[in-house]
Design a protein around this ligand. Sequence first.
Ligand SMILES: [Zn+2]
Length: 413
Amino acid sequence: MAKRKTTVQKNKELAQDGLKLRHYGLRLRLVPTDIQKSKIHSFCGSSRFTYNFYLGERMEVYKNTGETLNSGEFKKSFNVFKEHPMFNWLKEADKFALETAIEAVDEAYDRFFKGQNKFPKFKSKRKSEQKYTTKFTNNNIELDVKRQMVKVPKLGWVKVRFSKEHRKIFQDKGFNAKIKSATVKYHSSGQYYVSLKYEEIIKLENEINWSLVSLDQIIGLDLGLTFFYIDSNGNKVENLKFLKNCLKKLAKLQRQLKNKEIGSSNYKKSQKKISKLHLHIANMRKDFLHKESRKLVNENQVIVLEDLNVKGMIKNKKLSRSIADVSWGIFKTFVSYKSEWNNKKVVIIDRFYPSSKECNGCHEKNTLLSLSDREWVCPKCSTVHDRDINAAKNIKEEGIRILKKLYPSLYVA
Ligand SMILES: [Zn+2]
């Protein structure tokens, strides 16, 4: 909470000069040495220990006295505690990471009090992904693009691998923003990552000049299962169905695992393969969603989307795999923040808006339309409709209706 407050405060001050803060992340593959690997494992452990320790203390104090232990007080007693020979190993850890772990407990409580999260839970060492976050102080975190190395406290310089996309970003505009923090992660498949969080001061965008926005700069999207989306211009973007394609492979690997003796080295190898495949699927999906969202934001001024209740739909088990697979939720997040960066607008329309049943030409409602009808002829004006393209056009129209209310200067016929 404290963090958010200062951002709001800073932005208020910056706004007077027509500026604002922008945050973004950069995730890179790490190639640590064996020594660095064991340090990463150990730092994840000490961060997790610290987090759990403070959480337990805070719960205990509250239970016994009804008082709230604050992180300032805890940090003091924690420093004394570290001097005990039994816990000396904590002194080898990155102290900024331990501080961040303590603050993370406070933040988890804040989110709980605000009703945004459930009550904070203890962190488990059995999760397939382990991580710790360290803070930037006195240049202790640095990215050297030329040498392809990142400096992390207590780890020193670690080799990183840039993707094609990263190289493009560095070539085009470099990455000159200030680093705020670094999160180091390792995955049970044996892969290591660092996520750098950047902060940059940028100019406040001018308000969009709505009187200049034309009809072809607005796009409506109908998100679906057969296609990832269909837009109001009639484009259909294939749903890559990553999971489905990889599912056979996954099933095979899981069968192999079953035939192996639990705990044997072959068993562990198999396990590693499985988690590697999971990671691969997640990465491919993210790539796809980044590309699609970027394209949409580059090519349009306004993007209109339906407010699908993804969570509600996932409860329906039959649909769940495909829906989770296409990741509409992540897609919306990507489209939204990329739009914000580029001074574009996202309009979310009500999910109960009957986008498929209304003829986009004459607005006649075709109440007889069933889910299996992919094509239909309007009973009134006889237009032949592709079900999804018609829906996307209606979504666009509904978006325009909402926009006109918000921005009366928008003039599109
Ligand atoms: Zn019609």
